[in-house]
Design a protein around this ligand. Structure first.
Ligand SMILES: NC(=O)c1ccc[n+]([C@@H]2O[C@H](COP(=O)([O-])OP(=O)(O)OC[C@H]3O[C@@H](n4cnc5c(N)ncnc54)[C@H](O)[C@@H]3O)[C@@H](O)[C@H]2O)c1
Ligand SMILES: O=c1ccn([C@@H]2O[C@H](COP(=O)(O)OP(=O)(O)O[C@H]3OC[C@@H](O)[C@H](O)[C@H]3O)[C@@H](O)[C@H]2O)c(=O)[nH]1
Length: 349
């Protein structure tokens, strides 16, 4: 039975008391009792591979990664390949997947604007058909499923900072729509399966996250600036440069995802670091910390670039007991170290 309650903002949040489908027999089987089988879609990517590292630390977890390697790589998972509790499947989530699992972290989707705009039809298929397939899997085996949604569901926000109750300001026909509208539909599907079929769902709205293992030529701003600073190239600030973002270090983010999955709240819950910076401030910080000799140059921006973004994390603090610990000035050097190794650039003595 589903019940509606107002959240005090005039919006209605729906909770359900419908019993979930019978879980996989594995959950109660004697042999597997001590193990939790966890599927991570997109686990060969940036956030996914850090999540896998954390999940593998628990000896009771068996981790299965399904990835089509569009933006991810086996390299990110090389320390786990061959491990008895780990399995890697080349799989595209737009196709059904028939396996038995207890939990699904559904991350599969290109996240950098240059990659999600590269083949927009594929991006929206990944978000819609991919999420439908993973919900179908969750329904069949009674698994709990967590979707990594995004701050992009708020579009170019007119409310600042953004609480979860804000419905957003999204262009439905723009070049970013395959991603932001795609994630909005994915959230809708999650709640419809929850209300209609009693599936246990969790939704994280992730704000800009950075850290080691981001693709060097990923196109996202932190990876661009660090790679440019290390190569001695000008830092490309897209105009006007006064647009803001709030950057969360990946270890903090992974901690939030696991707390959300393990707790009782469906979300959506914002996960991000409220420290807000303009792109000019970010470029100046990277220049100061990594290479004071590089120049900062202004380049043309792309359409529909959000002008401001900062998470309201009241809900994450209250419901998950979570808040980020790593400040931007502490996280950037950790990422620099990883980029130096991969680019083969030594630190000047
Ligand atoms: N990093 C961020 O700042 C951020 C912010 C908000 C939301 N997110 C979300 O978090 C998730 C992970 O992002 P990321 O930064 O690690 O990106 P990423 O591009 O590094 O990882 C995405 C992974 O998904 C895989 N993938 C893409 N399409 C697939 C498909 N059809 N089938 C199977 N695998 C597929 C890629 O190969 C890659 O391994 C995404 O869902 C993204 O939307 C990320
Ligand atoms: O070289 C660059 C790249 C980007 N930028 C600017 O930096 C800001 C951030 O751009 P990014 O491409 O890193 O990321 P965006 O915030 O636009 O989108 C991100 O949002 C959250 C997630 O869902 C995704 O990881 C991604 O879509 C934008 O204002 C962009 O114009 C630069 O100034 N220079």
């Amino acid at each position: 039975m589903a019940t509606d309650s107002s959240n005090g903002n005039g919006h209605h949040q729906t909770t359900t008391t419908k019993t979930p489908p019978s879980p996989s027999p594995l959950r109660f089987s004697k042999f597997f009792q001590s193990n939790m089988r966890i599927l991570v879609t997109g686990g060969a990517g940036f956030i996914g591979s850090h999540l896998v590292d954390r999940l593998m630390e628990n000896e009771k977890n068996e981790v299965i990664v399904a990835d089509n390697y569009f933006t991810g790589s086996k390299d990110n998972l090389k320390k786990w390949i061959g491990h008895p509790r780990f399995e890697l499947i080349r799989h595209d989530v737009t196709e059904p997947l028939l396996i038995e699992v207890d939990q699904i972290y559904h991350l599969a989707c290109p996240a950098s604007p240059i990659f999600y705009k590269y083949n927009p039809v594929k991006t929206i298929k990944t978000n819609v058909i991919g999420t439908l397939n993973m919900l179908g899997l969750a329904k069949r085996v009674g698994a709990r499923i967590l979707l990594t949604s995004t701050s992009e569901v708020y579009g170019d926000p007119l409310v600042h900072p953004q609480p979860e109750s804000y419905w957003g300001n999204v262009n439905p026909i723009g070049v970013r729509s395959c991603y932001d509208e795609g994630k909005r539909v994915a959230e809708t599907l999650m709640f419809d399966y929850h209300r209609q079929h009693g599936i246990e769902i969790r939704i994280a709205r992730i704000f800009n996250t950075y850290g080691p293992r981001m693709n060097i030529d990923d196109g996202r701003v932190v990876s661009n600036f660090i790679a440019q600073a290390l190569r001695g190239e000008s830092l490309t600030v897209q105009s006007p440069g006064t647009q803001t973002r709030s950057f969360c270090y990946v270890s903090d983010l992974v901690d939030g995802l696991i707390r959300l999955m393990e707790g009782p709240n469906t979300g959506p819950i914002n996960l991000g670091n409220p420290g807000e910076f303009t792109m000019i401030e970010l470029a100046e910080t990277v220049k100061e910390l990594i290479n004071p000799d590089v120049e900062i140059k202004m380049v043309e921006n792309t359409p529909d670039d959000p002008k401001q973004r900062k998470p309201d994390i009241t809900k994450a603090k209250e419901l998950l007991g979570w808040e980020p610990k790593v400040k931007l000035r502490d996280g950037l050097p950790l990422m620099e170290e990883n980029f130096r190794l991969r680019l083969g650039v030594d630190k000047k003595k």
